[in-house]
Design a protein around this ligand. Structure first.
Ligand code: SF4
Length: 331
């Protein structure tokens, strides 16, 4: 039902013109989330980062107790609201902050911290419903792990997918199992592939997180991750620079091993190389991380997000390039 509303929007004139304008997505040379949401909702849509009060099997002992090596005690959601507040209060709080900067009218409730499908079905249902019942919340984004998508969870997600705009985020980080072991992700790539297939059978959109700069990952390995994601039935990607967050096990590892971190110019070039290979149909939700200066140890240059985004725009322009320029369908 909701999908057909989207299709009719996609068929509409201004969107067609933008696409026909050839490989520019509004003001960008890559397929941004802003572009995608404007296409669907006709205006800018804002995400509200929520903490649903969940935990994670990689922390509570089911799979592990230390979590992914880079994960902070906030469960990889540095900007989400206070988990002690109700979902309604978190939503209101986030809207109030946004209102100081933007006159937004539509929001996506983003369950960000920890694993947001890791609870009994009735609890998940109640949390998602509460967020959706809020005026002007037009969609749900749910961050989770591939090993927390059992059939009953996917059935529940399918129900929500039929009544709202929804995507599921999976923190894959890399397709390489050796790197995933270093990160302590806790499951293999084959499980991710299996869950992607199951989610897509229910028409549920998937956003995958990838981290760039994992120790011992070469540029070729990062390209392999991008090429694999590009050929899968995946709708969005979040590209993160590896951040060393204070208090994490990655900080300890970094201080002991002093592995090489990516430099700013190197990262900008790498992102442009990656965008050129990425399937143009895939929406790019992020091209860098969102570190907080209070908790970030390195790389400090990443705090100047504006300059990174401008650097990417400038580099793509100087190459006369765009997302998907070198994407090749293998099937
Ligand atoms: S899956 Fe997410 S919340 Fe769990 S340990 Fe890894 S990064 Fe942290």
């Amino acid at each position: 039902m909701f999908q057909s509303a989207i299709s009719s929007k996609i068929n509409n004139t201004s969107y067609k013109k933008e696409v026909n304008d050839k490989l520019h997505w509004l003001d960008k040379r890559y397929h941004t989330l802003n572009y995608e949401l404007r296409k669907i909702f006709g205006e800018k849509v804002f995400k509200l980062s929520l903490d649903g009060g969940f935990t994670c099997p990689n922390r509570d002992g089911k799979i592990g107790i230390n979590g992914c090596i880079f994960c902070s005690d906030k469960g990889s959601g540095e900007y989400a609201s206070d988990r002690n507040l109700s979902i309604q209060k978190q939503i209101q709080y986030q809207i109030n902050i946004l209102k100081n900067k933007w006159n937004g009218k539509k929001y996506i409730a983003y369950f960000q911290n920890f694993t947001n499908t890791y609870a009994p079905i009735n609890i998940l249902k109640e949390k998602y419903e509460t967020a959706l019942s809020y005026k002007n919340v037009v969609g749900l984004a749910i961050a989770t792990r591939a090993d927390c998508l059992d059939d009953d969870v996917i059935d529940l997600l399918e129900k929500f997918n039929k009544k709202t705009y929804l995507w599921v985020e999976i923190g894959l980080q890399t397709i390489h199992d050796k790197s995933a072991k270093f990160l302590r992700r806790g499951y293999d790539f084959s499980l991710f592939e299996e869950k992607v297939k199951k989610l897509r059978e229910k028409n549920i959109n998937i956003v995958t997180h990838l981290i760039l700069g994992i120790p011992n990952e070469t540029k070729e390995m990062m390209f392999e991750s991008i090429d694999k994601i590009s050929e899968m039935d995946i709708q969005g990607v979040k590209l993160h620079l590896l951040h060393i967050i204070k208090g994490t096990d990655l900080e300890k590892y970094y201080l002991e091993n002093k592995f090489k971190l990516l430099e700013k110019e190197e990262y900008i070039h790498l992102i442009c190389d990656i965008l050129e290979r990425l399937n143009p149909k895939i929406t790019v939700h992020r091209v860098t991380g969102d570190g907080s200066k209070d908790t970030l140890l390195e790389p400090w240059w990443s705090l100047d997000k504006r300059s990174i985004l401008n650097g990417i725009d400038k580099e793509l322009k100087s190459r006369n390039s765009y997302q998907g320029k070198y994407f090749q369908k293998t099937k």
